[in-house]
Design a protein around this ligand. Structure first.
Ligand SMILES: Cc1cc2nc3c(=O)[nH]c(=O)nc-3n(C[C@H](O)[C@H](O)[C@H](O)COP(=O)(O)O)c2cc1C
Length: 213
C-alpha cells in the first residue's frame, strides 16, 4: 500500500443541459441553478441544444459495433462533457406534456456513449428542471421522463423532497422570460432540489473525481 503525504481533491463538475431551442425561461432558470452550485464549490458547465446540429438516433447500431456514433455532429462535444461530469442537470421546456424533441434526441443519442463505455453515466447524480407555459402543463411528466433516463443509465436521480419539489424543480413561465423570473414557487422548488443534488454529489459523487497521490 502506498501512503503519500498529500491528497488532491478535484472539483466535481456539474453539467447543465438546456433542452430549449431559445434563450428564454429554461436557459435562465438552469443558469440560476448553476450559479448556486458554483457558490457551493462545484465547477459548472452549461450546454444548450440552442443552435446545435443534433441528429436523431436512427437505430443503425453502428455504435454497437464501432463504439462511436456514426453521426458527426454537435453531440460529439457533449459526449466529452457527459464523460467528465459527476452531476448532470437536464432542463427542459414542457412540450406536449413531456420533454422537448431536442432533449429527447440528446437522450437517444446517449446510446452511442453507453455503447462506447457501458459505465459512462453509471453512478452520476442527476436532477431535472421542467418549465411549462401552464401552471400544471405536464412539468412532472417531463421530470419523470428525465428521471427514467437517469434510472435506465444507472444514474442516481434526485428530487427536492416533500413540500414543493417532490420530483424536482418545476416552473410556470406563462410562456415568457419575465414571468418565469417572478415565479417564486418555481425558485423555491429549484433551491430545494439543488440543495438535495449538492448533498448527493458530496455524499455519493463519483469517486473518480477524488484522487489521492
Ligand atoms: C410545441 C410546444 C408545445 C408546448 N407544450 C406545452 C405543454 O404541454 N405544457 C405547457 O405547460 N407548456 C407547453 N408549451 C409552452 C412552453 O413549455 C413554455 O413556453 C416554456 O416556457 C418554453 O420554454 P423556453 O422559454 O425556455 O423556450 C409548449 C410550447 C411549444 C412550443
Amino acid at each position: 500500500m502506498c501512503i503519500n503525504k498529500y491528497w488532491f481533491v478535484m472539483v466535481m463538475i456539474v453539467l447543465g443541459i438546456s433542452g430549449s431551442p431559445r434563450q428564454q425561461a429554461t436557459e435562465h432558470v438552469l443558469t440560476e441553478a448553476l450559479k448556486i452550485l458554483e457558490k457551493k464549490g462545484f465547477e459548472t458547465r452549461l450546454w444548450t441544444v440552442r443552435g446545435k446540429d443534433i441528429g436523431y438516433c436512427t437505430h443503425c447500431d453502428y455504435c454497437l459495433v464501432e463504439k462511436r456514433c456514426v453521426l458527426q455532429d454537435d453531440m460529439q462535444e457533449l459526449y466529452v462533457h457527459l464523460t467528465e461530469a459527476t452531476g448532470i442537470i437536464l432542463a427542459t421546456p414542457v412540450y406536449n406534456g413531456g420533454v422537448s424533441a431536442q432533449l429527447k434526441a440528446v437522450m437517444d443519442r446517449c446510446r452511442a456513449a453507453v455503447a462506447t463505455d457501458k459505465n459512462v453515466l453509471k453512478g452520476k447524480i442527476g436532477m431535472g428542471i421542467a418549465v411549462g407555459g401552464d401552471r400544471a402543463g405536464g412539468q412532472e411528466l417531463a421530470l419523470m421522463q428525465i428521471h427514467t433516463f437517469y434510472i435506465l443509465n444507472g444514474m442516481i436521480p434526485v428530487s427536492g423532497g416533500y413540500f414543493g419539489a417532490n420530483v424536482g424543480a418545476t416552473f410556470w413561465s406563462k410562456d415568457n422570460l419575465e414571468e418565469v423570473k417572478q415565479d417564486e414557487e418555481g425558485f423555491r422548488s429549484l433551491k430545494k432540489t439543488v440543495k438535495h443534488f449538492a448533498q448527493y454529489l458530496n455524499d455519493y459523487g463519483n469517486i473518480k473525481g477524488k484522487t489521492g497521490t
